[in-house]
Design a protein around this ligand. Structure first.
Ligand SMILES: Cc1ncc(COP(=O)(O)O)c(C=O)c1O
Length: 420
């Protein structure tokens, strides 16, 4: 796909050259730098086409066959296909594909199961929990009483004993398992057992690993959680958006928690794009992709450790790696800036047990990176080793920024995200 040559880009260039320049500039940036942000990917031309389609014009409050607006008979078909494909892909009795984002999906899950003031157990933010897992600057922390569990200081793995003890002591209404920065598989069976023993609902926030689940490269939370929340735009390689999966018994509560409780009209172009992405994720080629994402991440993690960074938990089971660059003499935020100048785009993050209690300083400590986008571009183990060496060379001041930038450009030219 070439954005410069599709008619829509020509139209935009004629009508609004200022915006056209920005779009083309971003396209260039994505194609000539390395997208190491763990939550990002390159969607396919077919998903892009659905997103840019006239379905964007349609108002469709409600659900297929029961809409507030007229003229929904065609978009209803798109939503039914998206729901059917999501159910088949994840083996779920029910799917809601209307959530506008991962955070909206979490909001709807809480709305379906909780009342304001209820107690919820979730991974603490410094240990990899997401904003929606009880941050004081998020609705979750304001409206619910979150009790954080953590990871073990030695191993970096979720402290199961602590989860069990806190659940027994606090009797939460819900337990959230899932993370924005935990590189290992979640033991969903363990969390189900604790939830059952303490009378809690189990909400799995699988925003990150859901694409690996689709490709058979990570365990599925669907058999264990009461509600699974997910994003569709990370490894899953769909449009920016959210999704909820649950059993038939909670289907109506979940649907009503999304619309009309927390959202208005569904975004039908995004839902059509989700349907396309679910179709792609059901193919054998996607399973190969998902496994390669993990293989690449394992090699990248090992190579980074070999270069002297301290990799949390000593490696990864997924697409995601967190690491402390301190042994190379920099903190995460400084490293992020230096690497961005060299064309390597990644995030800084908190690191469990080393970041301290100052929130701003904590988020500047570590680095979070992933392999979903690089793998979509066709990069393999060999390129991961090369990237790790380049990254560490820049942080150690052994490779000049300009030289690293040239090498990144050369690499991206060999692996264009949208060939041709
Ligand atoms: C674990 C987790 N939950 C929820 C979200 C929220 O997704 P969104 O940014 O689409 O609201 C994220 C996003 O990164 C996440 O990592």
């Amino acid at each position: 796909m070439s954005v410069t040559h599709v008619p829509e880009a020509d139209v935009l260039r004629r009508q609004d050259p200022e915006l056209a320049e920005i779009l083309l500039g971003e396209r260039e940036r994505q194609a000539t730098t390395l997208q190491l942000i763990a939550a990002e990917n390159f969607i396919s031309p077919a998903v892009l086409a659905a997103l840019g389609s006239p379905l964007a014009n349609k108002y469709a409050e409600g659900y297929p066959g029961a809409r507030h607006h007229g003229g929904c008979e065609i978009v209803d078909l798109a939503e039914r296909i998206a729901v059917d494909r999501a159910r088949a892909l994840f083996g779920a009795e029910h799917a809601n594909v209307q959530a506008h984002s991962g955070s909206s999906a979490m909001l709807a899950a809480y709305a379906a199961l909780l009342r304001p003031g209820d107690t919820v157990l979730a991974l603490g933010l410094p240990d990899g929990g997401h904003l929606t897992h009880g941050s004081p600057v998020n609705f979750s922390g304001r409206w619910f009483d979150f009790i954080p569990y953590g990871v073990d200081a030695e191993t970096g793995l979720i402290d199961h004993d602590q989860v069990r003890t806190l659940a027994r002591g606090h009797r939460p209404k819900a337990i959230v398992c899932g993370s924005t920065a935990y590189p290992r598989h979640i033991d969903y069976a363990f969390f189900r057992e604790v939830a059952d023993a303490t009378g809690a609902y189990l909400i799995a926030d699988a925003a990150h690993p859901i694409g690996l689940v689709a490709g058979g490269a990570a365990p599925s939370p669907v058999p264990y959680a009461d509600i699974v929340c997910a994003t569709t735009h990370k490894v899953l390689r769909g449009p920016r958006g959210g999704m909820l999966l649950c059993g038939g018994a909670l289907a109506e509560r979940v649907d009503r928690a999304v619309f009309p409780f927390t959202q208005g009209g569904a975004q039908m172009h995004t839902i059509a794009a989700k349907a396309v992405a679910f179709g792609e994720a059901a193919t054998p080629a996607f399973a190969v992709y998902a496994h390669q994402v993990v293989a690449n991440a394992r090699v990248l993690a090992a190579a980074l450790e070999g270069e002297g960074l301290s990799v949390t938990t000593g490696g990864t089971d997924t697409h995601l790696i967190t690491a402390d660059p301190a042994p190379l003499g920099v903190d995460g935020r400084t490293a992020r800036g230096q690497l961005a100048a060299a064309g390597m785009v990644l995030d800084c993050c908190a690191l469990p047990h080393v970041s301290g209690t100052d929130v701003t300083a904590a988020h500047a400590r570590g680095l979070r990176l992933g392999t979903a986008a690089l793998t979509t571009q066709g990069m393999r183990e060999e390129e991961m080793a090369r990237i790790a060496a380049l990254l560490a060379g820049v942080l150690r001041d052994e490779i000049e920024t300009r030289k690293a930038r040239d090498e990144v450009r050369e690499l991206t030219l060999a692996f264009p995200p949208y060939p041709g």
